[in-house]
Every structure is written in C-alpha cells, then in structure tokens.
Ligand binder design. Structure first.
Ligand SMILES: [Zn+2]
Length: 420
C-alpha cells in the first residue's frame, strides 16, 4: 500500500484545465481527493507535478535484441526520463506480428518493467509489407495500435486494406513514412551537407509522398493514421491542411529532429545518423511551427538502442537510430524557453494527446485515475553522461550536453520508480 502527499508543487493537468500550486494525494495506486493516514510527504515546492509522461515510440528490443536493450533496462531509462508509460515497436525478433509474441512481451513487461508497457503489433507479417498480419488477433492479444515501424508498407492497396481492418477493430495505424524508391540507399538529408560531405542523399520527399498517401488513405477509410517521427517541413504543411479538412491524422516529432540539423553530420559521428535523417534548418523551423499550432500532437523519442560495436563504424554502414528516453524531457523543455510551446502545450504533447490517439485511460491527474505522476524540476542544470545511462546501449549524440530540466520523481501506479 503506497500513500504519498506531493506538497506544494505547480500542478499542471491540461485534461482538467488545471495549472495551480497545490498538493496532490496518492492512496494505493490511485490519485486521491484526500491525504491517506501515514502518507509519505514529498516537498514539491518549486517543481511541476504533471500526469505521468507517455512516450508512444520506443524500441525495447525484447525479444531477440537483448544485447542492445531489454524491457527491464529500457523501462528503467523511461523512469529516469520521467516516463510512466511507453509504447513499444514490433520490430523485435521474432517480430510482434502474432498474438504469441505480444503475449510474451506482456508477460516480460509484467515481470520486469518499471513503467507501463503498451505493445504495438505489426501491420504485415514479418514487417515485410507483403501480407497483412492477423490484426484482429493482435487486437485481442492487447496491442494499442499497429505499425511496421522501421519499415513502411509500400503497396498502397495493402495499406488501404490494413486501414480498413484496423478501423474495424478500432486500432490506430502508426506509420513510419518512407518511400523506398526515393530514399534509395541514402544516409543523410539530401541538401547542402550531403553534397559537401559526400554522403548519399535522402530527400525529404521520401517522407512527404508517404504522408500524402496516408492522408488520402485516412480520408478514404476513416481510420486514424498517426505519422511517426516527422522530419520534413512539407510533411508538416500537408498534415496541417489535412487536419483542417477534418481528416483523422496525427503526428509526432522527435527531440533530435527539432534540436539538431544535418550540419552536425560534419562530425561524421554515427550518433547523428537516424531514420528519418536530420534535416535542414528550414525543416527544423517548420517542425517548431507545427508544434506551436498543434499540427504535431506528440513528442516521442524513437528510443533506438544499438550496441557500441554496431555504431562505432564508418558513417555509411552504421545502423540508424539513437537512444533518447533520458534526454527527451530536457530537450523538449528548451521549446518552452524558446517560446515555441507553452508549459501546458508541452505537458499535453506528453500526456493527454498520446493517450487520446491510442485510447489509453492515462494522462490526467483526475481523482480516481491511476497514480502515474512525474515531478519535474524545470530549472535543474545537469550534464548528460551517456556512460551512466540506464540503457544497455550508448548511442546518444547528446553525451556531454549541458541540459536544463529533469524528472526528479517518477511514480507509476502509486509506486515511486525513480527519484533523485
Ligand atoms: Zn521509424
């Protein structure tokens, strides 16, 4: 039985229109209206007390990739970063394209996870883009969405049928938007820096074409499509126009895409190699505008652990992706300091918005809700030392960065899983 009193924090709960200094009470695993007898008192003066943060795009690598990460280590990273819920991608080994693998992930999460883990299922068998996975059985096994993340279904008719089935089962479709003909064997954003550095180009158009395709398919089928890790300015514009017409689409952006640009590639450090690639300054600013006006609903890490021996190779052959759960909040708080987001908007993009897209009963501090809470010191200065990461991997471009703002307590179901 856990009981807590979080005293005197700035409570920001957008779902309830709350932004006020007050106490929050936890009794057992729920938010409570009154303090419980014998509750632990936590002084939250000067801190934000917000609904537990949700990251709807992480790779936990289990089963099959436990040299890179496990559900235990990935969720410990999440807890340190202030996240109480994560949504894991199906490109495991074996892939999560069948109810048995979903059951295995849920069982491992039950046994070892420090935060809530919501699995997604694949759109297609083995994520090959050739035949549909058993979407109804995946739904029954407990997935919150389907996605072929890491890959993208190229066959438009197959994708249309995927949306039709997903709609029947009330599942959103998350899409990694990449046209393979256009991205070809690119490793870097096609532009000034790819040319200057002699890296094979990957045009933003490879994303835009699929975003446009997805908008049309969402409009045609009525099924919700969520575009993952948007990196291109034109994709933001397409999504903005589609939302205005009432098309059921949403989007997420990753901290590395709104923080960095392709200029960093001049270091030839493979920790700046991701999919989609870091893009131009103009793209970065368009992402900021999309965050401000709500075109981009969520911030997600695309936490993608890789072993050092895989990443410490020449840029061309290194795998795509970086870890991100521990730096995500601090990099996102920078958006508030830059006046790109209000505090409320920032909290929404980490709580109510992903909960709404995925249909999770999370993301609020309502009395009776699960006691998932993050306490944030928004002014805490710290330096990210990837050597101390809770991840099994070390592939972060933010090692040694001076950051501001940190989760100092993460509470999942009334249980303190991280505190500093
Ligand atoms: Zn992806």
């Amino acid at each position: 039985m856990s009981a807590l009193i979080l005293r005197n924090g700035r409570v920001i709960d957008p779902a309830n229109n709350v932004d006020v200094v007050r106490d929050v009470y936890v009794s057992d695993d729920k938010i409570s209206a009154t303090p419980a007898a014998g509750a632990r008192l936590v002084d939250a003066t000067g801190c934000w007390v917000v609904p537990g943060l949700i990251d709807m795009h992480v790779h936990l690598r289990e089963p099959g990739g436990s040299a890179k990460e496990t559900i235990a280590t990935g969720t410990r990273c999440a807890a340190r970063g202030g996240f109480t819920s994560v949504v894991c991608m199906p490109n495991t080994s074996p892939p999560a394209d069948n109810p048995g693998t979903i059951a295995l992930i849920r069982q491992r999460a039950e046994e070892t996870a420090m935060v809530n883990v919501y699995p997604t299922g694949a759109i297609t068998r083995e994520l090959k883009g050739e035949e549909l996975a058993p979407i109804g059985s995946l739904k029954r096994a407990g997935v919150v969405a389907i996605t072929d993340d890491g890959r993208c279904v190229q066959n438009n008719d197959l994708m249309r049928r995927a949306l039709q089935y997903a709609g029947m089962f009330g599942l959103p479709v998350l899409d990694h938007c990449q046209d393979y003909q256009l991205s070809a064997d690119g490793v870097a954003h096609e532009g000034h820096w790819s040319l200057a550095l002699g890296l094979r180009g990957w045009p933003a158009l490879a994303e835009d074409v699929i975003v446009m395709r997805d908008i049309l398919l969402a409009e045609d089928t009525g099924t919700h499509v969520h575009c993952q890790h948007i990196s291109s300015g034109r994709a933001v514009r397409l999504l903005r126009e589609a939302k205005r017409r009432g098309v059921p689409v949403s989007a997420e952006v990753c901290p590395h895409h709104f923080t960095l640009t392709d200029e960093w590639l001049k270091t030839f450090d493979a920790n700046f190699k991701m999919n989609p690639p870091l893009r131009s300054e103009a793209d970065r600013q368009a992402l900021w505008e999309g965050l401000t006006d709500g075109t981009i609903d969520c911030i997600a890490s695309d936490h993608a652990p890789h072993c050092p021996f895989e990443k410490e190779v020449e840029f061309d052959v290194a795998p795509f992706g970086i870890i991100g759960l521990e730096t995500e909040l601090a990099l996102s708080l920078e958006l508030v300091r830059k006046k790109i987001l209000t505090v409320r908007q920032l909290v929404e993009k980490f709580t109510v918005n992903p909960a709404r897209i995925l249909g999770l009963s999370k993301g609020t501090l309502s009395v009776g809700a699960d006691a998932d809470i993050t306490v944030i010191d928004a002014e805490r200065d710290w330096v990210y030392d990837v050597g101390q990461s809770a991840s099994k991997s070390r592939n972060s471009p933010f090692h040694g960065w001076k950051l501001r703002g940190k989760a100092i307590m993460t509470i999942v179901g009334g249980k303190v899983v991280w505190e500093e």
